[in-house]
Structures are given as structure tokens and as C-alpha cells.
Ligand binder design. Structure first.
Ligand code: ZN
Length: 262
């Protein structure tokens, strides 16, 4: 008896099931980061993050709608929407997929690249698909896919991904973000990722990721609850990207001086 004959179809089926889980979702909740008085980025940042996230989100909405997706926007204008409201919106659509759009910032102008975050294990393949596609369309570095307990990723009950579409504090990526054609490209690539289309190639990870992100993507998170279960509460619960601290020794070492990045 050829065992492979039996195992392989089962395995292939399982893989197909896993990879198609998000591709089959026909409702997409698009979350444009920031809005209203929350500009995003660092204080005094020249390019306002909230405008760029909304623009990419609206472009993505049009692309997906043309594809026949049902699209829900957590915001569709320049308004401030608290994170819990964004999550409630997402969680009211069962079977949907949540995609949060941000741009990065850092105190060091040289910091650049694309990075993508997820938290739920059912979101890993979606994160990979979006990351690879965005990266393929961006002439910049691969900062990798990271698992982090950011509020909108931790509290959503559906597959959810947050993509940082480049650094507005970087001269090159900042000017790209000011270009409507490039923002359309970003939206196109995110859409490809949502559809689960393969990306042409994957750039190697950026070797040095020493930049410090000082943005406030995740400020105004109610200082609640993720210290349930005995975990020490993060002192930075009011700060950006307050998340479960990564326990890997590597990131511990790296984060000693830059807790705001994680
Ligand atoms: Zn942001």
C-alpha cells in the first residue's frame, strides 16, 4: 500500500482549507488608522498619517467592491474612531476579515520598510499574503511579519492584520506616500494579498532593524484587561502599540531601549 497516496490528498486538502480560509471571506472590514484629532505618527510629523491611511483605505475599498467584495469601513472620513469602536464594528461581521492600514514613523529618518502584524493564529496566512504582495509593490525593505497583541488585532474575533505601508518619516517613503499613483499601487497590492494571490518574489529580511518607531498608532487604548491571567501589566498601556510583550530573548534584548516599538 502506498501510504503517500492516502496521506497526500488529505494533507493537500488540509493545506487548501487553511490557505483558503481568508480567501473565502467576502466581507472585508477596512480600518484606516487614526483620524480626527489623532493624526498618527510622531508630534510635528510633516506628513499626516491619518490622511494617507484613509486615502489608501478608500482606494482599497473601491478595488474590492469592484471585485464583488462587501466592504465595511471603520471610518470613511476624517473622524476619530476609538479603538474599541473599530473592534466592535469588525466583530459585528461574522466571517469577515479585518485589515488595518497604517504608515510607520521613527525618530531616525533612515528607518524604512514594510512590516505587517497579526495576532490570531488564523491570521498568519493572511498576514503573509498581504505582506508579500505589498512588499512586491514597494521599492523598499522587508521588515518582516510580526506577531503582536495590538489592540485591534487582539480584540477582533475575526482574522485580522495590520499593515504598515512604509515610513512617512523617511524621505524616500514619505515622498512615495505623497504620490497618488503609489498609494493606488499600495491599495492594489493589499487587495492582491486579500485575494490570496501569490506575490512574485520575496525580498530578504532587512538585516538591521534598529529604527525606533515612536508613533502613536495604538494610543488611547483603555488601560484594561490584557494583564488578566497574571501577566504583569505593561506600564505603557497608554502608549502606542502597547501589546503583550514578546517573550523571545531576542526581542527582549532589542526592546530594552525602545519599548515603544513593540
Ligand atoms: Zn498608525
Amino acid at each position: 500500500m502506498n501510504l503517500n497516496r492516502q496521506i497526500f490528498p488529505a494533507l493537500a486538502g488540509l493545506i487548501a482549507l487553511t490557505t483558503s480560509a481568508f480567501a473565502q471571506s467576502r466581507t472585508i472590514v477596512i480600518d484606516a488608522g487614526h483620524g480626527g484629532y489623532d493624526r498618527g505618527g510622531v508630534p510635528g510629523q510633516r506628513i499626516s498619517e491619518k490622511d494617507k491611511t484613509l486615502d489608501v483605505a478608500q482606494r482599497l475599498k473601491r478595488i474590492l467592491q469592484a471585485d464583488g467584495y462587501r466592504v465595511i469601513m471603520t471610518r470613511d472620513s476624517d473622524v476619530f474612531i476609538p479603538l474599541p469602536t473599530r473592534v466592535s464594528i469588525a466583530n459585528s461581521y461574522r466571517g469577515a476579515t479585518f485589515v488595518s492600514i497604517h504608515f510607520n514613523c521613527a525618530s531616525r529618518a533612515g528607518a524604512n520598510g514594510i512590516e505587517t502584524y497579526y495576532f490570531r493564529s488564523d491570521s498568519a496566512s493572511l498576514a503573509q499574503s498581504i505582506h508579500r504582495n505589498v512588499l512586491a509593490g514597494a521599492p523598499t525593505e522587508n521588515r518582516g511579519i510580526r506577531r503582536r497583541g495590538f489592540y485591534v488585532l487582539r480584540k477582533t474575533a475575526i482574522p485580522s492584520v495590520l499593515v504598515e505601508c512604509g515610513f512617512l518619516t523617511n524621505p524616500t517613503e514619505g515622498s512615495l506616500a505623497l504620490d497618488a499613483g503609489y498609494r493606488q499601487k499600495l491599495a492594489d497590492q493589499i487587495a492582491r494579498g486579500i485575494r490570496g494571490q501569490p506575490a512574485p518574489s520575496v525580498k530578504p529580511l532587512t538585516s538591521s532593524l534598529r529604527s525606533v518607531s515612536l508613533g502613536n498608532d495604538f494610543v488611547r487604548v483603555p488601560a484594561e484587561s490584557f494583564n488578566r491571567g497574571g501577566k504583569r501589566s505593561s506600564k505603557s498601556s497608554r502608549s502606542h502599540k502597547s501589546s503583550k510583550k514578546s517573550t523571545s530573548s531576542k526581542s527582549k534584548k532589542k526592546s530594552s531601549k525602545k519599548s515603544t516599538e513593540d
